[in-house]
Design a protein around this ligand. Structure first.
Ligand code: ARG
Length: 613
């Protein structure tokens, strides 16, 4: 068995098979020899309190072959090749196999993972084109917490899948089209004195908060709505403007384009601050599909899939019925001839498969839109666009962000909470925490540095809080808890990173560098805390591969938290700078690999890894 596979990756580094995989193969082979009829059974390699790992398969095997579990365990053990990877096998309890690994096998993993910048992670998603639809804010409207989740989770998945070799196409499905813009444009034209362009906005908005072009546009839209409801003449002019917009009237389109551009400007500010890697090049808003809508409707109608009902063109679901037991309808074309959200998403999925060549399409949209996507996917399958054998279309849902009262997050007046204000709150809380930390340690930190660290810590805290829970769960937005130094927080992970940096920095100050190759320190056996840390480090690639399958970034978050905790135990048990010779070398190598793994993991979550805090 070759522990290090020879698949070389782009960076010239080598993909490394994890010990988990090596053990699964080795014990699996032993099972196949001992019980040929059971070959292929999962040896169930798990962490163990008594050894490096344990194999739990004997109990289930015993049932299958009708023997006593300890007997089965003994027979399997006899077939395990002891030496290269496995040092010792002990049968414990009802038939668990306690596995001790050789120091050489453990150390081989460290050395292999230290080479190159991939940390031995294989590019398992190579050749897969993944379209990720995320963020999707609405033009002329403030981004809300739902867009925060979509942006943060979507970006983490985009980063992780890219690292795993997938060809990722980011798509920002902006809500940039609809009849509401006719009214807004008419109002803007009639009120040139009201500022909304980012160059015009200097003051603060109604709440006294920092204004942005989208908050200004949001306010103008509300004002327009109020006039629309009370002034029939304005209502007529607004309706005419909708017609002009749809007919492509030049002046109307020009204003619409400017509204889109200004909104994008505001969104970009949020992305920039959040470290979300979306740019204007990734924007393909609803309007992008306008030209395709007639054709999509015609295709669906010709296929007999879309039918006229009450003057509207609809696709009736084969799978879902409403409360009245009637099939639920997807609206292809409204009675007035207009197209909406449903039609756009039909054109979108067709485009992503036919034109973008997607193998996998991920829609990062909150769980309340589950039915919408179910219907869109069903229609796309029936239309023959989406062949489930070849293309995977997935709604990747997430829960809501709740306020301190446990109810969906709203401002006191019931409005949407501005994302920027939330981020400001988190950064302010982080500033208090890092200032106190610096004071407690007695370190002199300049105000500018402090603010920079607080920004990284506050933003990291918000993102980590969002990413560390299972996606579909709601969570409470609680800045005090998010920015705590202790517990499962972004700040805790960032702080762990700074400690690793500081060990390496102090080593360098003493002229100690981490040697490029560290021979296995066979003279001094690896200590338990070293073994635990090496085993944890070795699991990085397996965790990423899991995230690629179930699209749950919280697995990576949980892994990094575990890594930081195991590192703390290691650091308490195993002096680094106070040790000597080969032991010091190998511990420096372990600290270095841990730091790089943590930094890479944080980067894949889109979280900064500061050098100091
Ligand atoms: N603009 C939508 C919203 O704010 C999200 C768009 C999601 N993507 C899609 N293809 N429908 O709810």
């Amino acid at each position: 068995m070759a522990p290090v596979s020879e698949t070389s990756t782009e960076s010239g580094a080598t993909a490394v098979a994890s010990l988990q995989t090596q053990l699964t193969d080795a014990i699996g082979d032993a099972i196949a020899v001992a019980y040929p009829a059971q070959s292929g059974a999962d040896p169930l390699i798990r962490p163990s309190d008594h050894a490096d790992r344990q194999a739990n398969a004997a109990l289930a095997l015993a049932k299958k072959v009708g023997a006593n579990p300890r007997e089965v365990a003994t027979r399997v053990t006899e077939q395990i090749a002891v030496g290269d990877v496995v040092e010792q096998v002990e049968i414990s309890g009802p038939g668990f196999l306690n596995l001790t690994l050789t120091d050489a096998a453990l150390w081989r993993q460290v050395e292999a993972r230290r080479v190159g910048d991939r940390l031995g992670v294989p590019a398992v998603a190579t050749g897969v084109r993944t379209v990720i639809d995320y963020s999707g804010p609405n033009i002329a409207k403030e981004m809300h917490v739902g867009h925060l989740r979509s942006s943060v989770i979507g970006d983490a998945l985009a980063r992780i899948l890219t690292f795993l070799g997938s060809d990722v196409v980011r798509q920002n499905h902006l809500g940039d089209w609809g009849t509401q813009f006719g009214m807004l444009i008419q109002y803007i034209d009639e009120h040139p004195e009201k500022p909304w362009r980012h160059t015009e906005i200097t003051a603060t908005d109604a709440d006294g908060e920092n204004a942005s072009t989208v908050s200004a546009l949001d306010a103008l839209y509300k004002a327009a709505r109020a006039v629309f409801d009370t002034d029939p003449e304005f209502a007529d002019r607004a309706r005419a403007r909708v017609v002009a917009l749809q007919a492509g009237d030049e002046a109307t389109l020009a204003t619409w384009q400017e509204i889109v551009k200004e909104s994008q400007y505001a969104f970009d500010e949020v992305y920039e601050r959040l470290g979300v890697q979306l740019t204007e090049a990734d924007s393909a808003g609803e309007s992008f599909y306008n030209d395709m809508l007639d054709d999509v409707a015609a295709e669906l109608e010709a296929a007999g899939l879309a039918v006229v009902s009450d003057g509207a063109l609809v696709v009736l679901s084969d799978e879902v019925t409403g409360p009245d037991d009637e099939p639920v309808a997807l609206m292809v074309r409204k009675r007035d001839g207009g197209y909406g959200y449903d039609a756009t998403d039909l054109a979108t999925i067709r485009y992503r498969i036919r034109d973008l060549g997607a193998d996998r399409i991920l829609y990062l949209v909150d769980s309340r839109q589950a039915l919408h996507f179910r219907l869109v996917f069903e229609a796309a399958r029936r239309a023959g666009w989406l062949d489930p054998e070849r293309v995977q279309a997935l709604h990747v849902p997430f829960g809501s962000v709740l306020g301190p009262d446990g109810k969906p997050f709203k401002t006191r007046s019931g409005g949407t909470v501005r994302l920027m204000n939330l981020l400001d709150d988190a950064v302010a809380a982080a500033l208090t925490v890092v200032r106190e930390g610096a004071e407690a340690k007695g370190t002199e930190v300049g105000e500018e540095t402090l603010n920079l660290i607080a920004e990284q810590a506050g933003i990291g805290a918000v993102k980590y809080a969002d990413l560390s829970g299972s996606r579909v769960k709601d969570y409470v937005f609680d800045v005090a808890r998010m920015t705590a130094f202790n517990g499962n927080t972004g700040v805790y992970l960032q702080y762990a990173h700074t400690r690793m940096v500081s060990i390496l920095r102090r080593a360098a100050e003493r002229g100690l560098t981490v040697p490029e190759r560290v021979p296995a320190a066979v003279d001094t056996p690896l200590e338990t805390a070293e073994r635990d840390l090496i085993l944890t480090l070795d699991a990085f690639a397996d965790v990423l591969a899991e995230v690629a399958v179930d699209l749950e970034p919280h697995r990576l978050a949980g892994y990094l938290y575990e890594l930081s905790r195991v590192f703390t135990d290691f650091y308490e048990a195993c002096p680094v700078l106070a040790s000597e010779g080969a032991v010091r070398d190998r511990r420096l190598a372990i600290v270095d690999l841990t730091r790089r793994t943590l930094a890479k993991g944080l980067d894949l979550l889109g979280i900064a890894a500061p050098e100091r805090m």
